[in-house]
Ligand binder design. Structure first.
Ligand code: HEM
Length: 724
């Protein structure tokens, strides 16, 4: 059961800004490079011509893998490999790169190599991963544009697992790097990182709920505090935190156990020295450290006197070898609570047999005790986790399969459909979380034309056709590339029943499209219905235009659809259809901005779509709010003209405050219009007003129509990775 998944729903009902605490709050003195990204200037040195997918196809994949394998045991003096093998370190790097993903808004994850930038490069949970990334630089440099950092992080994790005998399910490349910190993601509002006090986001006064869309239990963590909630070593409460946070990235109990136990078959935790002996995080560090943080003396590093999490020790006697030791030890021994040299809570086996001791990370002839974190202990203490753990203890093949699949899901969950995967190791098997869509065929021009005339003659209003297409395509989010018109999942549960889609009206339109579509797929026909309606609306307004159409979409079946997992795509607010289910914790116009970003729209594209959809009458519930025209159903710039008309005086009418407004004739006092925040913001906000003026100007009527159509087509094709 998905709980608290609406991205704008706070557990405590509080109000928040869209982005919460941002890089500028954490590092007010940081070099503000974004002054150079004004006026559309891109920070991406590769330029717009560069297509990463094409470059990846020229990659010598096997040579890269061989180099990565060699790197695993090529220990560097500035950060020697524990046990002579960097594999575990790279697995943790890959897992933390992917593990920021959350289902509620699809953001986070390894998709653009964000671990290179603030705040992620400086999160306490990412401690010392700056070194792991730097170890990869010679290889990144060698293969250059043919492999992105984002892909390299994940591939390094895969090769690490393979090189230590672990099971791997496959690898899909295709994550293009970004060259700037993401500015659209909400990481929370706390003003301190995790380690400055006993805080946790799950509180009794918040109904034990984790604020959505967050998927970590505290600011600066990937998921949970390894020492236990708020640093309190309680494995049962740790299980609660783990369940909530892993669920937020779409992982069930079995996947959670397999991932955590499988990961901790490898490597060690670092807590040999008190954390107050370390310097700050990379983003705030001295220039001469060249991007490194958490600095320690070279001789300390040499000796392995390193602190990362503060917990110290390996989980198993064979930290560079895949196997069943983790569960064997977890169940063989009773554990006592101890403190690491850095002062962290951790659990130590009582009276371990000598062969169950771990080698020292620098001196294999020395044996040291193994350990478990409080989160590891949860896998034994929580009754549900325990059942799974015992099964895996007794059935290594089951663990192998579960770990390999869960790791693959972890690392690819934010990549969207399989059409985006590249390379020779893409698994043939379709997985339900990939939202599979069968290939479609391109319809003939005659069939397209015949369908367009038939649907226009079917008697449905322009608005109903436009709404069906919009409902179908606008679920797309570029964060994890889910949703969109391809697959025609609009005709399946749960989407067909979403309130924002006016289910009854939609069902009528869809069944008529089904009757008329002939050889077209439903997915193509739904898009085409709206496009035909837009063309007619433009024609009726005196503009002879064609809406470009690219067919070839396929129709997904119910069996290919994990209905539960689509719940997170349901809009609780959709400015484009002037819809607001209930007041959210974030301002309605900020939710509009968020949605526009997920659709990949620019400011003018957002404006022209809102203005155009209003005059087409595309509102949910067919409300008149914001329909600032006397001739609805015609594609005109009336919305902008009337919005900016000083003859209208606006005031709030909504008793709950400021969501609805009435516009009256300034002279007569007569009511002219009704509108919402997401209408008036295009006149009240100075920057949006500047754009509205352009679309209202005499001489720009055609521009308005052309821009609307271009933005419309962009949304209709947003998920067409097959034609990109
Ligand atoms: C290391 C906690 C899940 C893979 C660690 C460390 C901690 C930790 C505290 C020690 C870091 C250090 O001090 O160097 C947790 C918790 C988890 C979790 C609380 C979830 C509840 C995972 C998962 C994976 C993973 C899902 C991968 C599938 C690793 C590996 C290391 C590690 C390979 C060793 C790194 C090294 O040797 O340098 N983890 N982890 N962990 N973790 Fe996890």
């Amino acid at each position: 059961q998905m709980r608290g998944q609406c991205p704008f729903h706070a557990a405590d009902g509080g109000v928040r800004a869209l982005l919460g605490r941002t890089n500028k709050d954490w590092w007010p003195d940081a070099l503000q490079l974004d002054i150079l990204t004004q006026n559309g200037a891109s920070p991406d040195p590769m330029g717009t011509e560069f297509k990463y997918a094409d470059a990846f196809k020229k990659l010598d994949y096997q040579a890269l893998k061989a180099d990565l394998r060699a790197l695993m045991t090529d220990s560097q003096s500035w950060w020697p490999a524990d046990y002579g093998h960097y594999g575990p370190f790279f697995i943790r790097m890959a897992w933390h790169s992917a593990g920021t993903y959350r289902t509620a808004d699809g953001r986070g994850g390894s998709g653009s190599g964000q671990q290179r930038f603030a705040p992620l490069n400086s999160w306490p949970d990412n401690g010392n991963l700056d070194k792991a990334r730097r170890l990869l630089w010679p290889i990144k440099r060698k293969y250059g544009k043919n492999i992105s950092w984002a892909d390299l992080f994940i591939l390094a994790g895969n090769v690490a697992i393979e090189s230590m005998g672990g099971p791997v399910f496959g690898f899909g490349g295709g994550r293009p790097d970004s060259f700037e910190p993401e500015r659209d993601i909400y990481w929370g509002t706390e003003e301190a990182w995790v380690d400055t006090g006993a805080q946790t986001r799950i509180q009794p006064d918040k109904g034990w709920e984790l604020e959505s869309p967050l998927a970590a239990i505290q600011m600066g963590l990937i998921y949970v505090n390894p020492e236990g909630p708020g640093g309190i070593p309680n494995p049962f409460q740790s299980a609660r935190d783990m369940r909530v946070t892993f669920e937020r990235m779409g992982m069930n109990d079995e996947e959670t156990v397999a991932l955590t136990a499988g990961g901790h078959a490898f490597g060690k935790a670092h807590g040999a020295v008190p954390a107050d002996q370390l310097s700050g995080a990379p983003e705030s560090e001295a220039m001469e450290l060249m991007g490194f943080g958490w600095a320690t003396d070279a001789d300390q590093i040499e000796k392995g006197h390193i602190t990362t999490s503060g917990i110290e020790g390996a989980w198993t006697p064979n930290p560079t070898q895949w196997g069943g030791d983790y569960f064997r030890l977890l169940f063989k021994y009773e554990f006592e609570l101890v403190r690491s040299p850095a002062g962290a809570h951790q659990w130590q086996p009582i009276n371990p047999d000598p062969e169950d001791m771990a080698p020292d990370a620098r001196d294999p002839s020395r044996r040291v005790p193994t350990m478990m974190t409080t989160a590891d202990m949860a896998l034994k203490m929580d009754p549900e986790y325990r059942k799974i753990s015992e099964r895996f203890r007794d059935d290594q093949a089951a663990l192998d399969d579960a770990f390999a699949r869960a790791w693959f899901k972890l690392c690819h969950r934010d990549m969207g459909p399989k059409a985006r995967y590249l390379g020779p190791e893409v698994p043939a098997e379709d997985l339900i979380w990939q939202d599979p869509v069968p290939a479609g065929t391109t319809p003939s021009e005659d069939d397209v034309a015949a369908f367009k005339s038939a649907i226009l003659a079917s008697g449905f209003p322009i608005s109903a056709l436009v709404k069906a297409s919009w409902a179908s395509a606008s679920t797309y989010r570029r964060s994890d590339h889910r949703g969109g018109a391809n697959g025609a999942r609009i005709r399946l549960a749960p989407q067909k029943d979403w309130a924002v889609n006016d289910p009854q009206e939609l069902a009528g339109v869809l069944s008529r499209i089904e009757e008329l579509r002939g050889s077209l797929s439903m997915a193509d026909a739904i898009v085409l219905a709206g496009s035909a309606a837009v063309e007619k609306a433009a024609r009726d307004a005196g503009f002879d235009v064609t809406v470009p159409f690219t067919g070839g979409r396929g129709d997904a079946s119910e069996a290919q659809t994990d209905a539960d997992s689509f719940a997170v795509l349901e809009p609780r607010a959709d400015a484009f259809r002037n819809y607001l289910a209930t007041k959210q914790t974030v301002k309605t116009e900020e939710i509009m901005l968020d949605r526009a970003h997920l659709l990949g729209l620019s400011i003018p594209q957002m404006a022209v779509l809102v203005g155009g959809l209003r005059v087409l009458g595309a509102n949910a519930g067919n409300s008149r709010k914001g329909v600032l025209t006397d001739r609805p159903g015609l594609l005109t710039n009336d919305f902008f003209v009337n919005l900016l008309d000083m003859g209208t005086k606006w005031k709030t009418v909504d008793e709950s405050g400021d969501e609805e407004f009435v516009g009256t004739d300034r002279a007569t006092g007569e009511e002219r219009w009704r509108a919402t925040r997401t209408d008036l913001v295009f006149g009240s906000n100075s920057q949006l007003r500047a754009v509205s003026e352009v679309y209202a100007e005499i001489g720009n009527e055609q521009k308005f129509v052309d821009d609307f159509i271009a933005a419309w087509v962009k949304v209709m094709n947003a998920d067409r990775f097959d034609i990109a």
